[in-house]
Design a protein around this ligand. Structure first.
Ligand SMILES: NC(=O)C1=CN([C@@H]2O[C@H](COP(=O)(O)OP(=O)(O)OC[C@H]3O[C@@H](n4cnc5c(N)ncnc54)[C@H](OP(=O)(O)O)[C@@H]3O)[C@@H](O)[C@H]2O)C=CC1
Ligand SMILES: O=C1OC[C@@H](O)[C@H](O)[C@H]1O
Length: 368
């Protein structure tokens, strides 16, 4: 492919675990994944302390002197060389950090879950549109090869319509021993399974069912959820939620837990004429298996295919490339992971928390 690649000039907010993982992927040469139209440049890293920003640049970016170390998030969003801000702070800070970035007229990619609740997200979308900046939740799974392949299989129609999506994401965070101020346990930081892990089982449901042509972009007609709470802080610990999509008709049965490891099979999509098993971890599957049945209602397997996918890096660069292309093309929203999909997700989380009786402490949600 010829032509000069579009340069995306990133400013990074925070220096925690995910910021490191994202930046490591940004630093990979896009050509290693066959991408020639977009390149990524890290312009600045903003942290609550300048030492942490510099330490991050030293350890993650080899001390690259062209990257500015900034001692506040305000300085980061004010930097004239930054086009788009990546936000990797804990969930309940996403809203304020994004408002600051939008007010500084920066485009934004913000980590999942987008916000603490649906009202905050709706407000961010309104602000981004009014200001004319791009905004996307960093649902990286949507842009990875496995999600694209599953979409293609469904569109071919050989398996018929999806009937059941069964997906779980769990992780054992050692909840008995970690400090109660850890982001997975602290209600002030939106702790618990639903907001941290829930976005991924929900992603597979939205990708397969909400986005299914027979659904006509209808949100789930019913959300039924429940959970066991963590004894130390009261955040949701073992959580399940079911979503009905009557126009298909289909149902998603989803779950997430913070005190057991991920199960062997990540997501299972069941059709009348076959099944797709998505490998774990469901946030970044590097393979899947498909079975075709003899005919509808007969589960004799006539064909089976196991696919393994490989790429360099973790897989966050795929979403970064999408951001670059949207900015290059002057789009304010990704057609693949739209504002509305994030809105549906946030409404589901609100409803599951409401049914389970998990209210964030007063003042955490900036808009109710
Ligand atoms: N897409 C994915 O695969 C993943 C996404 N995430 C998402 O990323 C977000 C952050 O998670 P993670 O990186 O694991 O968290 P970490 O605790 O590792 O990092 C969070 C960073 O946010 C900054 N921060 C600002 N205010 C606070 C505060 N009050 N308490 C703690 N940190 C603060 C700090 O950076 P500084 O000191 O530089 O200001 C800190 O290092 C979450 O929303 C999570 O859902 C997390 C893991 C994987
Ligand atoms: O997004 C995530 O994916 C991986 C999990 O381990 C992490 O807690 C979560 O934030």
């Amino acid at each position: 492919m010829s032509g000069t690649p579009f340069v995306v000039r990133w400013g990074i907010i925070s220096t925690g675990w995910i910021a490191k993982a994202f930046v490591e992927d940004l630093l990979l040469d896009p050509k290693t994944r066959g991408v020639h139209d977009v390149v990524h440049k890290i312009v600045a890293v903003g942290s609550r302390s300048v030492e942490s920003a510099q330490g991050f640049i030293d350890t993650v970016a080899g001390g690259d002197k062209s990257i500015k170390a900034l001692g506040s998030y305000d300085a980061l969003v004010a930097d004239n060389d930054v086009d788009v801000v990546y936000i990797g702070t804990p969930h309940t800070l996403h809203y304020d950090n994004t408002v600051a970035a939008i007010n500084a007229r920066k485009h934004v990619l913000l980590e999942k879950p987008a916000t603490s609740n649906a009202a905050e997200w709706a407000d961010l979308v309104r602000r981004a549109k009014e200001t004319g900046v791009f905004l996307m939740e960093a649902m990286w799974t949507r842009f990875q090869p496995a999600a694209l392949a599953v979409r293609e299989i469904i569109e071919k129609g050989e398996l018929g319509k999806p009937v059941i999506v069964d997906a779980d994401l769990s992780g054992d965070f050692g909840v008995e021993n970690i400090p109660t101020t850890h982001r997975i346990l602290d209600p002030m930081l939106g702790g618990g399974a639903i907001l941290d892990l829930g976005p991924y089982p929900l992603f597979w449901a939205l990708h397969v069912l909400y986005d299914n042509p027979s659904n006509g972009s209808q949100p789930p007609s019913r959300v039924s959820g429940g959970f066991v709470k963590n004894a130390r802080t009261g955040v949701d610990q073992n959580t399940s939620f079911a979503l009905d999509f009557p126009s298909i008709p289909a149902q998603a049965r989803l779950s997430c837990s913070i005190n057991v490891p991920a199960r062997e099979v990540g997501a299972i999509v069941r059709f009348r004429k076959g099944t797709i098993w998505v490998d774990k971890p469901i946030y970044c599957p590097r393979g899947y298996r498909v079975q075709w049945f003899e005919k509808e209602g007969r589960d004799a397997v006539v064909r089976e295919e196991t696919v393994k996918l490989t790429w360099e890096g973790r897989g966050m660069h795929f979403e970064a490339d999408e951001v670059g292309r949207c900015l290059r093309d002057g789009k304010l929203e990704s057609a693949a992971w739209t504002h509305e999909k994030t809105a549906v997700a946030m409404r589901v989380f609100d409803e599951v928390r409401r049914q389970g009786g998990y209210q964030l402490p007063d003042g955490v949600e900036k808009i109710l």
